[in-house]
Design a protein. Structure first.
Length: 438
């Protein structure tokens, strides 16, 4: 019998000591404490749960799984043990199994807000927003006024294109708290994304009144008034990608079919089969291009405004250095003729105007160097730069070609392609390869 089910607890002190030792990374001492506990009470599920956490911390993942599975087998009704197993699956990126165990707990304890929160986290990490929406709706049946759950639900509805319901949830939050800036911004962006920017002016005005110097609020206020800002505020880009960093690779590659880094890496390696080059990866994100290239004979430098994205990219061990700065600042501060290759993949859809960017890239490319970048397509019979309802910029092909020629690029090739898929629909764009004269 497990001590978790009894009032008699001869090993509680040892387990408390082991927990503290694991937290302090005193793993040898923790192992000794757990061994003593097991000798006193051989089949206690708590011992195996802590052994699993200790094994994970030491890097022995198979042993961690073995211990946590044993923990669940010993006491199938004990929620903390199975929850730790679910969390281990999630930390290893095995979200299907994490969700399976968490949903099992939710069936057993349908009103356990902690379990529900973890299911929502797993659903977000795996890109399964419909599951997140379902769980949040379930949670709101027993915690109908929970602000955090309502915000998450509204955001997930907005992201999945269910804007009418998202609008209603944001509005209910504002009715409860007219000063809720997150809800005001959420409702404003829902209206903008739904093609009703003028309806958002009241909300953006309230946001600016609450925080007059906020560049994000000023940006959305301009959009609500029908203007096209030349670029998104760096603070907005940083916030957006910091939030996306943990599950970006899985979401983009598996969820949206994003293949641009692979396509560009193959082009670069055909040009430099020996991998002897210096490369600047603007908006490097989680380092997908670096993964496709592998280690190169030269410097691979990543630039991204999101610290969280750079942390993910650093784990691959292929980049030599990172700069967590704004793209234009990085170009401005780089000496001339340093790189054979510059890339900017799915970057200009956020940074917008290219009149300064393309000449700056030309300046720091070495003679005979190449600039690779992607854009979403704007109609040729419209303006050069279009801010789409989804918040991303689209560029006119003819305008991009003219900017490259004006900057001094000798040969410019533009290849139409599907950049990724969203809501099951292709996102059409183009890839530019601009060659600098030798």
């Amino acid at each position: 019998m497990s001590a978790t089910a009894t009032s008699y607890d001869p090993i509680r002190k040892l387990l408390e000591t082991a927990t503290q030792q694991i937290e302090k990374n005193e793993l040898r001492e923790a192992a000794q404490s757990l061994n003593k506990a097991q000798q006193m009470w051989p089949n206690d599920a708590r011992v195996f749960m802590l052994a699993g956490l200790m094994a994970e911390k030491s890097g022995n993942i198979p042993a961690a799984f073995d211990a946590l599975r044993r923990c669940v087998a010993l006491d199938p009704g004990w929620t903390p043990g199975e929850l730790q197993l679910a969390l281990l699956y999630a930390r290893r990126g095995m979200y299907d199994k994490a969700i399976m165990h968490a949903q099992k707990l939710a069936r057993r304890e349908p009103n356990n807000a902690l379990v529900l929160g973890h299911i929502v986290d797993f659903a977000h990490a795996s890109g399964n927003l419909e599951l997140s929406i379902s769980e949040l709706r379930r949670g709101l049946t027993y915690l109908p006024k929970d602000v955090q759950m309502r915000r998450l639900l509204a955001n997930d509805l907005q992201v999945t294109g269910q804007r009418a319901e998202a609008y209603d949830v944001w509005t209910s939050l504002i009715e409860d708290n007219p000063q809720d800036e997150m809800a005001l911004l959420g409702r404003a962006t829902t209206l903008i994304e739904g093609g009703k920017p003028s309806a958002a002016t009241s909300d953006t005005a309230k946001l600016l009144e609450a925080s007059p110097g906020n560049s994000i609020y000023a940006y959305y206020n301009a959009v609500a008034h029908g203007l096209t800002p030349e670029y998104q505020p760096p603070e907005l880009i940083r916030m957006m990608f910091d939030r996306m960093a943990a599950d970006y690779d899985q979401h983009m590659v598996r969820g949206l079919g994003y293949k641009l880094p692979k396509i560009v890496a193959e082009k670069i390696l055909r040009r430099f089969p020996s991998k002897s080059m210096n490369l600047l990866d603007l908006g490097c994100g989680t380092g997908l291009l670096g993964v496709c290239l592998g280690r190169i004979d030269g410097f691979l430098i990543g630039v991204d405004i999101s610290t969280k994205m750079v942390e993910q990219a650093a784990r691959h061990g292929v980049y030599d250095r990172f700069h967590t700065v704004n793209l234009l600042d990085a170009l401005r501060e780089t000496p001339a003729e340093v790189y054979e290759i510059i890339t900017a993949l799915d970057v200009f859809i956020y940074t917008g105007d290219l009149k300064a960017t393309i000449p700056a890239a030309h300046r720091i490319l070495m003679p005979a160097g190449d600039l690779y970048f992607s854009c979403e397509i704007a109609p040729e019979d419209g303006p050069d730069l279009v801010l789409q309802p989804n918040g991303r910029y689209a560029h006119k092909r003819s305008h991009v070609l003219a900017l490259c020629k004006q900057a001094g690029f000798e040969d410019v090739q533009i290849e139409d392609l599907v950049l990724r898929r969203e809501m099951g629909e292709p996102v059409n764009g183009f890839l530019v390869t601009a060659h600098k004269a030798a």
